[in-house]
Design a protein around this ligand. Structure first.
Ligand code: ADP
Length: 640
């Protein structure tokens, strides 16, 4: 038989499984990381492009606002009223001032700016567009402001500052005013203040955090507005106080430090705002990474910076990484599934092939066995037929033997029978001769009496001959209910002469019809004749000669008929070979050694048996076991 118990590998072999899982996990991790990095890079570059675009917009807005006011001081420089005021000696200035004020007011109204004013070379305001307000700048000293120093020395300046009067921040454009009549000597400074309100409005309106930082690193404009006047980096108090004094009219600056370095921010740099900003300056939660992109504003010393929250980039990168990992995972699972399917299919195919092979083998075996079996059946059939033939032959031989044995018994009895018959025959002869004589004499009564006796004697002779005829008859064995006592009597009758002659006492303890067995009467009689004959032979030289018959019910339910004698009994060797054919201790011509063999066969044919053993008081004891009458046939009794 082929080995059908092979396991079909449908997954990684066990020792390789942890390794495979580790490799897959590493692969997924690598894919996740690479995707995260790539997505982050792409997100950053896109964010940088967007921030740059935003910077462009903001820068151009500031630029246009600044340049709009840049040319105004030139117009002031050319005004004769202003020039006259600046040229005039101190005592005349009061009379010339109103004309200059009006000019400046008209110009300012036309431009919609917050203020235009003119300074003398000491930094004192000589004329101002806001002369009509009570809190005007006239007479105030702005020499402390950096733009003044630059302008009075002949260099135009622009500057973000807070004026001391209104404390209003603004962008100041300062231009030196030169006098043509005094060899272009600087006689004053024209200043335009731009409020930058428009820029501020736009600034605050935008969502993305952004700020404008001046050259001192101070935030001038910011979204969120809370960052205004904060510093990028922590600065010394002395420096901050000076800046505050000069530029911011004493207003506090640098109270908050954003603590960020913008080196390389032109290309974009990742910064983290300090944690403490989280609570007090909520708009930009601290401790989070931001992309800071900055640019110098042309024509100014300012830098503009925009911040982009990197969280969406991180979230998007994480999403992309998760998606890529999931996709690769799905792909791997798909591949694994296909691989498993392929293995399963191959396993099934192998199993099917093995099964088919086993089937073919089985069929071959079955065919071979069937051939063997039918051969054996044929052989058995012929053996059975042969046995049946042999049995028939044996049975025929047995019948012949039984018959021969009967005839042998009859032969042995012949002398006795002749003697038995000769007596009544002689009497019949005498009585019939006498009867003839008495009839001749006319004595019919005596003749009749003689003939009556003749009849009785004939009947007596018939009584001797009829059992012999019955015994000698060759008849087939037919089982019937047989009275055991009657069978014993019939057998004893045949030995009457010998029993009497050898003075054998017969002890028959079986009452008529007390024991009925299921057998053939003639065959049972044959067995009994054998046993009785052997017993008489065995007791020939014994002083006490007694033949006893008894019956009882065996434990098996059979009728046990015991025949005991007071003969010599058996030797141990004789008992061993008793039922073997041709075993005899008798002289040649006296016995064939077949009697017991045949007797046992006869009984076994009926379902009975024959057993031999020593009798209790010495001698031999044979037990004939006979089947009981079947319950359905209890009523039928052998009529003969
Ligand atoms: P046969 O009578 O021709 O010898 P049997 O088969 O009837 O053949 O008996 C076989 C032998 O069994 C006898 O020769 C005898 O030795 C022994 N045998 C049979 N019956 C008795 C008996 N009642 N007592 C002693 N021996 C017996």
């Amino acid at each position: 038989m082929p080995d059908n118990h092979q396991t079909i590998p449908v997954s990684l072999p066990r020792p390789h499984r942890p390794l495979g899982i580790a490799v897959v996990l590493l692969l997924l991790l690598a894919v996740g990381l690479l995707t995260y990095r790539a997505s982050e890079r792409a997100g950053l570059s896109q964010m940088r492009a967007e921030a740059s675009h935003q910077l462009d917009i903001l820068a151009s807005a500031i630029d246009s606002e600044v340049t709009r006011h840049a040319s105004i001081p030139s117009a002031v420089e050319l005004n004769p009223d202003v020039l006259a005021l600046l040229r005039a000696p101190a005592e005349r200035q009061d009379t010339l001032q109103p004309a200059a004020n009006r000019f400046l007011q008209q110009l300012n109204d036309h431009l919609g700016g917050p203020a235009i004013f003119v300074l003398d070379t000491h930094g004192q305001v000589m004329a101002s567009s806001d002369w009509i307000f009570s809190d005007n700048l006239l007479g105030s000293d702005v020499s402390y402001m950096p733009f003044f120093r630059s302008a009075v020395s002949g260099t135009p300046a622009r500057h973000y500052a807070v004026d001391k009067v209104r404390h209003e921040p603004g962008y100041f454009f300062a231009l030196p005013i030169r006098d043509e009549q005094q060899e272009w000597k600087v006689i004053g400074v024209a200043v335009v203040k731009s409020s930058l309100r428009e820029i501020e409005r736009r600034w605050l309106g935008q969502e993305a955090p952004a700020l404008i930082v001046d050259s001192n690193g101070i935030v001038l404009l910011a979204s969120p507005p809370e960052w205004r006047y904060a510093t990028l980096q922590t600065q010394s108090r002395v420096a901050l106080e000076q800046v505050s004094r000069e530029q911011f009219a004493g207003q506090t600056v640098g109270a908050v430090s954003l603590d960020i370095a913008l080196d390389g921010a032109d290309e974009g740099v990742v910064v983290r705002l300090p944690k403490h900003l989280r609570d007090d300056m909520n708009p930009l939660p601290g401790a989070r990474p931001y992309l800071a992109l900055s640019r110098n504003l042309p024509g100014t010393a300012w830098r503009i910076v925009v911040f982009s929250d990197l969280r969406p980039v991180a979230v998007q990168a994480a999403t992309h990484a998760a998606l890529a990992t999931a996709a690769i995972g799905c792909l791997l699972l798909g591949l694994l599934y296909l691989n498993q399917r392929r293995r399963l299919a191959r396993g099934r195919e192998e199993a099917r092939a093995m099964l088919e092979k086993a089937n073919q083998e089985l069929e071959r075996n079955v065919a071979a066995r069937t051939a063997d079996l039918s051969e054996a059946v044929t052989r058995l059939k012929s053996e059975v037929a042969e046995r049946q033939r042999a049995e028939q032959t044996l049975r025929a031989a047995q019948d012949e033997l039984v018959q021969a044995a009967k005839l042998a018994v009859l032969g042995q009895m012949a002398t006795g029978i002749t003697h038995e018959l000769s007596q009544p025959l002689g009497a019949i002869r005498t009585l019939s001769a006498n009867a003839v004589e008495f009839m001749r004499r006319g004595d019919l009564a005596t003749a009749e009496k003689n003939l009556g006796i003749v009849g009785q004697l004939s009947e007596q002779m018939g009584g001797i001959i009829t059992p012999l005829k019955t015994f000698a008859r060759k008849s087939p064995a037919v089982p019937a209910a047989v009275d055991v006592a009657q069978a014993v009597d019939s057998a004893l009758f045949l030995f009457e002469q010998r029993l009497r002659k050898q003075s054998v006492a017969v002890d028959r303890q079986i009452a008529a019809n007390s024991w009925v067995a299921w057998c053939d009467r003639n065959r049972l009689q044959q067995v009994l004749v054998n046993l009785i004959g052997n017993a008489i032979d065995a007791m020939a030289g014994e002083p006490e000669r007694r033949l006893a018959f008894s019956a009882e019910r065996a434990s098996s339910g059979q009728v046990a008929l015991a025949v005991s004698d007071t003969g010599a009994g058996f030797t141990e060797a004789a008992l061993e070979h008793l039922f073997e054919p041709f075993f005899t201790t008798k002289q040649p011509g006296e016995g064939l050694g077949l009697g017991l063999t045949i007797s046992r066969d006869i009984l076994r044919d009926f379902g009975g048996d024959l057993l031999a053993g020593p009798a209790p008081g010495g001698g031999a004891r044979f037990v004939i076991l006979l089947p009981p009458v079947p319950s359905t046939s209890a009523a039928e009794k052998d009529p003969s």
